[in-house]
Design a protein around this ligand. Structure first.
Ligand SMILES: CC(C)(COP(=O)(O)OP(=O)(O)OC[C@H]1O[C@@H](n2cnc3c(N)ncnc32)[C@H](O)[C@@H]1OP(=O)(O)O)[C@@H](O)C(=O)NCCC(=O)NCCS
Length: 138
C-alpha cells in the first residue's frame, strides 16, 4: 500500500473517477474547477492505482470538504475508502482545520457514519442523485 498526494489532478485519480463516477454511476459533470485548487490523494495497491479522493477548503461553508471519494470496484470492502478519509483528515489537521465535511451520496451515508461523520440538514440532489451533507469535528 502506498499513499501519494498531488497538488494537481493526476491521471491516476482522473482514471479512477472516470471509471467509478462516470462509467459506473453515470455522472456527467465529474471534473470541475475545484480540481485545480484541491489536494488529490491516491492509494496504490501493489503499484496499481486503487482509490482516490480530493480535499479543498470551501469558503462558503468555512470548512474543509473531502470529495470524489472513489474506490475501484475490485478493491472495495478492504478499508481503502476509510483509509482515504483518515489520510484526508490528517492533512486537514496539519492545516489547522478542526472541522471537515462531505456531500455524501445517500447510499454511502453508512460508510461515512462508520468514520464518525454526522448527517445535517435535508437530502438534496446532485445530478439526480440523492445527497446528504455530513460533517465531522476533528
Ligand atoms: C463508498 C466507497 C468509497 C467505500 O469504499 P470501501 O473501501 O469499500 O469502504 P471501506 O472498506 O473502507 O468501508 C468502511 C466501513 O464502511 C462500510 N461500508 C462501506 N461501504 C458501505 C456502503 N455502501 N453501505 C454501508 N456500509 C458501507 C464497510 O462495511 C466498513 O465497515 P466496517 O468498518 O464495519 O468493516 C466505495 O464503495 C465506492 O467507491 N463507491 C462508489 C463511489 C461512491 O459512491 N463514493 C461515495 C461518494 S459520496
Amino acid at each position: 500500500m502506498e499513499i501519494k498526494t498531488f497538488n494537481y489532478l493526476p491521471d491516476d485519480a482522473k482514471n479512477i473517477r472516470q471509471a467509478v463516477f462516470v462509467d459506473e454511476q453515470g455522472f456527467i459533470e465529474e471534473f470541475d474547477d475545484k480540481d485545480k485548487d484541491s489536494l488529490h490523494i491516491v492509494l496504490y495497491e501493489n503499484g496499481e492505482p486503487a482509490a482516490a479522493c480530493r480535499v479543498l477548503f470551501d469558503d462558503s461553508k468555512q470548512c474543509y470538504m473531502i470529495g470524489r471519494v472513489a474506490v475501484l470496484k475490485e478493491y472495495r470492502k478492504n478499508h481503502l475508502g476509510s483509509l482515504l478519509l483518515d489520510t484526508a483528515e490528517e492533512y486537514i489537521r496539519t492545516k489547522g482545520g478542526k472541522l471537515c465535511a462531505v456531500s455524501a451520496q445517500c447510499r454511502a451515508e453508512a460508510f461515512y457514519s462508520k468514520s464518525g461523520y454526522k448527517a445535517e440538514g435535508d437530502m438534496y440532489y446532485e445530478e439526480y442523485c440523492p445527497h446528504i451533507f455530513m460533517k465531522k469535528i476533528l
